[in-house]
Design a protein around this ligand. Sequence first.
Ligand SMILES: Cc1cc2nc3c(=O)[nH]c(=O)nc-3n(C[C@H](O)[C@H](O)[C@H](O)COP(=O)(O)O)c2cc1C
Length: 337
Amino acid sequence: MSISAAEIPQVPTLQAIGNRRSIRYFDPDRTVEDWKIQTMLQAGRLASCQGNINATEAIVVTKDSDLWDEIEECVSGFNVQIINQSSHLIFWLTNLNAWYGRANDGLSSLALSGALTKYHGWNYEFTMTQTVPRLMSFPTERTEMLLRFETGQAVAQANLAGTALGVGSILIAFGRKPGGVEKAFGLGPNLKFTWGHAVGYPLEDAKAGGQRVRLKFNKLFHNGAYGVPLEADPQVDAALKEIGMIQEQAPLAGRFEEIDELAARFHRDPGVVSWPAREVTRLLKDEDWDFGPNIRKRAEDVLAAGGLPDYPEEMKETFRKIMEEHNLDVRKFLGDD
Ligand SMILES: Cc1cc2nc3c(=O)[nH]c(=O)nc-3n(C[C@H](O)[C@H](O)[C@H](O)COP(=O)(O)O)c2cc1C
């Protein structure tokens, strides 16, 4: 089915950002329309990229693919159910050869577009003798780091476009068989598989139980110097709430009933995973997190219900060792022992 402009819903960008969730339950009986997949890919294609080199590519796959079984063997265990209920999988790739092959043409295309101008000091001789050769001489590790970043930009933009069209998305790890995706698609060494992206119509409520908690704004953003908190203006936050960018925090009322109903429908285990009581208690006291009333209430209920597990001692040892190696405050993350 094709589409006319009048039929494309227009959701304001900031509201789409607020509506986005990682969707983990897709309706297995609904296929996302081609035009919506196309719109998501266009959003990725239009994302900003260094020197206009277009390093991000993607392979779109559906379950009728001959490669499906091989793909399923590669996806991390907790993502198997997700991909099997999704409508499409998008395998996002980063083409390192774009850097070495297209840096020159990419910059030329920008000059032709009226983007690179003499005003900013662009100069043909310098570009040819200095800029382009310097860029092209980067080792592949450096190029890879730079280009993976821009694939992230493209994916985020595609994800957001999907959200605006009512299409659910989740990025999924393919950690079960390292190198398996590259092998399945026969990708050469220049084509890095960056991330898997499952797409479909949400079977869970599109709010997916509410906006997921993050660290506080002033713990993430710094004012002029690292460690000097940049404070969020409450009036701005209030306005962002009004337009739907900041939404009610998870878990919304009915979320756990919803999870159990979905589990019963597909003969899966009900419920969620729980952490040990002392860990939940410690986490809730952590000042870094922006815990609102919903999640605090849920934590209280979980603690009151009891029956929570404890880490095996050797696990704590592993965590402690890794944190110490990274000079982290072990007491903050594991509590006083
Ligand atoms: C790069 C990336 C990889 C992710 N991989 C997985 C995954 O393998 N399985 C999964 O269930 N969620 C995965 N997620 C989803 C995150 O866990 C999710 O972002 C987090 O729960 C926050 O929720 P939100 O996206 O709804 O805000 C991934 C997210 C990102 C950005």
